[in-house]
Design a protein around this ligand. Structure first.
Ligand code: PGA
Length: 258
């Protein structure tokens, strides 16, 4: 079972996750972070930026990227990661990779997998979850063993992301995303979710059966997972009282409590 932390606000969640990242970086200044885009991780990046740590040795791998946006498009995940993570946190842009950033889409998957392995693997992976239950852009049906590859986005995800574009048709149809198997190789998974719209996906991911139909449920296969949610996103969790009890009485042991 994942360690589930239920907080009052997204800002409180950001502080908890920033603490976790800071602890990692104190032990390993050149740690490898798995970076997520979207609205969910923003409070984490802001909390980390406020701490003004020296993050210049940190290496980063984004979870996913759209296919088909022109280079420099403000909503490409390369641009988003640069704007929301690299610049405010003072990361070295040369140490931050985004899928398909160094070659054709056809070989992007293999290339990205190799780069992650050569970096020694991701130490801590930040994750959001989509209303379809996706993590990264692994939409329902994604193999639990999948690696970085091209995927077709669901219409639901395209609509969810239309708020960043001037029209829903502009949202790309395809992406390159780390697979569920890629994500499961990271040392520590930190999944964040806020708001009622995520309650069902969170309940399925944390407590539902492990199934490709709800890709977030793959986290149950990982030995070290922290899920940080607000009350609304926690509202469908069956064991919420136990999670609160466990967090309020936590014993810090290395490796966490899966
Ligand atoms: P959001 O997206 O953080 O913008 O809600 C999460 C996701 O689609 O993975």
């Amino acid at each position: 079972m994942a360690e589930v932390v239920i907080v009052e606000t997204a800002d409180a969640a950001g502080e908890i996750v920033a603490d976790e990242i800071q602890r990692l970086l104190e032990a390993k200044p050149d740690a490898v972070l798995g970076l997520a885009t979207g609205s969910t991780p923003l409070t984490t990046w802001k909390a980390l930026a406020r701490r003004a740590l020296d993050l210049s040795a940190v290496r980063g791998f984004a979870l996913d990227e759209y296919v088909g946006l022109e280079p420099g498009h403000p909503e490409s995940y390369r641009s988003v990661i640069t704007r929301e993570v690299v610049v405010p946190l003072g990361l070295n842009p040369d140490l931050v990779r985004v899928p398909a950033d160094r070659g054709p889409v056809e070989t992007a998957g293999e290339d990205y997998e190799r780069a992650i392995l050569e970096a020694g693997g991701v130490d801590l992976q930040i994750l959001g979850i989509g209303s379809t239950g996706h993590i990264g852009f692994n939409e329902p049906g994604s193999s639990l063993a999948s690696l970085t590859r091209v995927k077709t986005l669901t219409e639901r995800t395209r609509l969810d992301n239309a708020r960043y574009f001037s029209s829903p048709e502009e949202v790309p149809m395809h992406c390159v995303t780390q697979g569920l198997g890629t994500i499961l190789r990271a040392g520590h998974l930190v999944l964040l979710a806020f708001g009622e719209g995520k309650a069902e996906a969170i309940a399925g991911a944390v407590e539902g059966p492990v199934t490709a139909s709800l890709p977030g449920s793959a986290i149950q296969l990982h030995p070290r997972v922290t899920v940080v949610v607000d009350e609304a996103a926690a509202s469908s969790l069956r064991f919420a009282d136990y999670y609160r009890h466990a967090w309020n009485n936590r014993l810090r042991v290395s490796g966490g409590q899966a």
